[in-house]
Design a protein. Structure first.
Length: 223
């Protein structure tokens, strides 16, 4: 039986206060293998729709590949040069209710009995149909891509709780990045596309200003 070790609310909030989008890291200061595996585990354990895990994590440490990505990623210039670890999260393009991947995930990963696979697959078909996913490949990819942000958020929170910096990045040419990753063999013949990038390391300096957010009453409504 799994148990939970409580973390104080104060520690969690202080981690969110500490976190900021780090544009440049201390290039000479590297994360330990244990630290980065901790972040990957936070991503692996993240929730997804019926546990489909429609993602893949590509850790880009090769300097030549980072330089290729830099030419088509204006929002990652400082991070690609300085981050200890640079991650691209891919989204699975085909998570149809009847796809080979989905059936395998339910039968062999989640170890569902066949009658449960049949029931869950039919329920998923209804959800995907009402969302218009079955007739639109782009919407199907976007459904997966939205879920990758859950994994990214959990990894960034894990980093902040450990006093390690991160930065989410969307400022890149998606088609060009996909082309580079396809050449490197990461997209598995079109089964994946790039969703989002995230860099990890140690900040090179303190933020220019304190964290500013809207007041709670401006962003929360009760019904």
């Amino acid at each position: 039986m799994n148990t939970v070790i409580p973390v104080s609310k104060e520690h969690v909030i202080s981690a969110f206060q500490y976190r900021h989008a780090t544009r440049a890291f201390t290039a000479t200061k590297k994360l330990t293998e244990a630290d980065f595996n901790f972040f990957l585990e936070a991503g692996r354990l993240s929730p997804s729709s019926i546990g489909l895990e429609p993602w893949k994590f590509v850790v880009v440490q090769n300097p030549e590949l980072r330089n290729k990505l830099k030419t088509v990623s204006p929002g990652a210039q400082g991070q690609l040069d300085t981050a200890s670890h640079f991650l691209i999260i891919l989204a699975r393009t085909n998570v149809r209710y009847d796809s080979e991947y989905v059936i395998d995930q339910m039968k062999n990963v989640q170890q569902m009995p066949q009658e449960v696979v049949t029931y869950v697959s039919e329920a998923l078909r209804e959800v995907q149909q009402v969302r218009g996913l079955l007739s639109d490949e782009r919407l199907m990819y976007e459904w997966s891509a939205k879920q990758t942000y859950i994994a990214m958020g959990n990894m960034m929170t894990a980093a902040a709780l450990a006093g390690i910096d991160s930065c989410p990045i969307e400022g890149f040419d998606y088609a060009a990045v996909d082309h580079i990753l396809e050449e490197e063999g990461f997209l598995e013949n079109g089964n994946f596309k790039a969703s989002v990038m995230v860099a990890f390391g140690y900040r090179s300096g303190e933020p220019q200003r304190a964290k500013i957010r809207s007041n709670m009453d401006k962003i929360v409504s009760w019904a």
